[in-house]
Design a protein around this ligand. Structure first.
Ligand code: G6Q
Length: 546
């Protein structure tokens, strides 16, 4: 195992200590005061790059906070860590792997060497193979076993092999080929598969089995059920598999074992983490939906943000600023969550996608050198698209007792202009962020003629922080930029906490835990009762009632 450069524990770093003192001075200061004392604040605390505008003025910070957070980033080795990732160093030390999602969107002219080999030519070879295949399917040249055109594409995968593809399909539906139907099956719950195929015909249906390892229980179970369903609908001829199944994997051996010709396999590499893989061959469903050219535009968007992250000074660096603000609230204000609030219906799965990206990456309790962290790590990410959330959980953000930093994401233009809809949507973004920051005082409430007894209920304390992210409209390129913005935001947080943001031992545990119990649920003889009494009882109850 490669070992990490030893860093001074986070809470002993000089900038951390300075931030602690500074926190005592600033944490009671209201955003109203910060704005009153600085007429230029709303324009000054902004940054814009690659067409993405960030207003971070409604955060509980001043120039000193920013200076100290940036000093913390420097002391935590963020600059060197960024370079190490882009260079292809094996920064995922617990799996001894490079972390090179940035190579997936690097232009052909770049060179990134891993274990003595430049990985860029292979990346472009796979992209070209995907493009050829996508063009054949989209044009109808690729025929199913009975000679029919493919009309339905079903992606089977879970976790990183599902959430990115689903999110990207939903986000870019506007650009999709509308005569192709896309479905996504992930859960081992048979209802997921049954519902996905219930109105489809096998002779027009193509399955993409997306699994980095090709051993994941859920995906393999669904893939085998898909194989049976497909063959049953195609007269049982095994040869049909070649026309109706393709694999996306790093494991050629298991792909062949399943019966998929490796000719129909799209590869990627161990240096692509599942949750960082939507821009690898795992994005084949996206490419089938929006076409190779649009897919390359997604990659160009990712790359533009990569270059920004790697080359821009921290004080103007969008992912760095977002990451540092999250550390500020998580570790000093003890905020436990971050709300992601996209005001764009097509981004309805973006918060779910970010949940995996952020929480699987930074849900860690030990540092790279194996010692227990000395400060809180990964906050809980959650959210829903606006304005829907406003009619439910925003209540708690406005008037509850917890501090919930919010990221509002809005667009200057809509993809579906319809009367006044878009102005109304955006008016809500600005109004919500304003209300959260400035609130409404008892005096203001009284001045509105509110009955005395109701005044406390109608007071909004304000001082609730938020970022507002604005960009032109939701294009393939912009989606790439937004995802990369959060990937590097996560990286920044992980660098400060000095954790391995790229392993996932908790997820690996889940992959093995159920296997033993499955045997006990299916066995004809009574299990030996060797679990705790609760688990033994639950197993018994299920066996009696199933
Ligand atoms: C992602 C995780 C996890 C993984 C799934 C699917 O970073 O490792 O979500 O993507 O468990 O794994 P396979 O692609 O190997 O089936």
């Amino acid at each position: 195992m490669q070992t990490a450069t030893k860093l001074v524990p986070l809470t002993e770093r000089a900038a951390w200590k300075a931030l602690q003192t500074h926190f005592q001075q600033i944490h009671e200061t209201h955003l109203r005061q910060l704005f009153d004392g600085d007429p230029g604040r709303g324009e000054r605390y902004t940054a814009e790059a690659v067409g993405i505008f960030l207003d971070y003025s409604k955060n509980r910070i001043n120039d000193e906070t920013l200076k100290l957070l940036i000093a913390l980033a420097e002391e935590s080795g963020l600059r060197e860590k960024i370079e190490a990732m882009f260079r292809g160093d094996k920064i995922n030390i617990t799996e001894n792997r490079a972390v090179l999602h940035v190579a997936l969107r690097a232009p052909k002219t770049e060179s990134i060497v891993v274990d003595g080999e430049d990985v860029i030519p292979a990346v472009h070879e796979v992209l070209d193979k995907m493009s050829g295949f996508a063009n054949r399917v989209r044009s109808g040249e690729w025929k199913g076993h009975t000679g029919k055109k493919i009309r339905n594409v079903v992606n089977i995968g879970i976790g990183g092999s599902d959430l990115g593809p689903v999110m990207a399909y939903e986000a870019l539906k506007h650009y999709s080929q509308r005569d192709l139907v896309f479905r996504f099956v992930s859960n081992v719950d048979g209802s997921d598969f049954a519902e996905a195929v219930q109105d489809l015909k096998a002779d027009e249906t193509l399955f993409l089995v997306a699994s980095k390892t090709f051993t994941t229980l859920e995906t393999m179970t669904n893939a085998h059920s898909a194989r049976e369903w497909s063959l049953a609908g195609l007269g049982g001829d095994e040869k049909a598999v070649a026309k109706h199944f393709v694999a996306i994997s790093t494991n050629a051996k298991e792909v062949s074992k399943f019966g998929i010709d490796t000719e129909n396999m799209f590869g990627f590499w161990d240096w692509v983490g599942g949750r960082y893989s939507m821009d690898s061959a795992i994005g084949l469903s996206t490419m089938l939906a929006i076409g190779p050219e649009n897919f390359r535009a997604v990659l160009a968007g990712f790359h533009a943000m990569d270059v920004h992250f790697r080359t821009t000074p921290f004080e103007k660096n969008l992912p760095v600023l977002l990451g540092l603000l999250t550390v500020w609230y998580t570790d000093f204000f003890n905020a436990q969550t971050v709300a992601i609030l996209p005001y764009e219906q097509y981004l309805k799965r973006f918060p779910a996608y970010l949940q995996q990206l952020t929480m699987e990456s930074n849900g860690k309790h030990v540092t790279l050198d194996g010692t227990h962290v000395t400060a809180e790590t990964g906050p809980i990410y959650w959210g829903e698209p606006g304005t829907n959330g406003q009619h439910s959980f925003y209540q708690l953000i406005h008037q509850g007792t917890r501090l919930i930093p919010c990221d509002f994401i809005g667009f200057y233009k809509t993809l579906n202009p319809l009367g006044r809809h878009h102005d109304m949507l955006m008016a809500n973004v600005f109004a919500q962020a304003e209300a959260l920051a400035f609130g409404k005082t008892a005096e203001q409430v009284k001045a509105e003629g509110t009955a005395e007894a109701l005044v406390p209920h109608r007071v909004f304390e304000g001082n609730r922080p938020s970022n507002t992210i604005l960009t032109e409209k939701l294009t393939p390129e912009v989606l790439g930029k937004l995802v990369a913005l959060y990937e590097h935001n996560v990286f920044t947080q992980g660098a400060i906490w000095n954790i391995d943001s790229f392993d996932q031992w908790g997820v690996e545990l889940g992959k093995v835990l159920a296997t033993r119990i499955l045997g006990e649920l299916e066995s004809s003889s009574d299990p030996d009762g060797s679990h705790d009494t609760s688990t033994n009882h639950l197993i018994k109850k299920y066996r009696q009632n199933k």
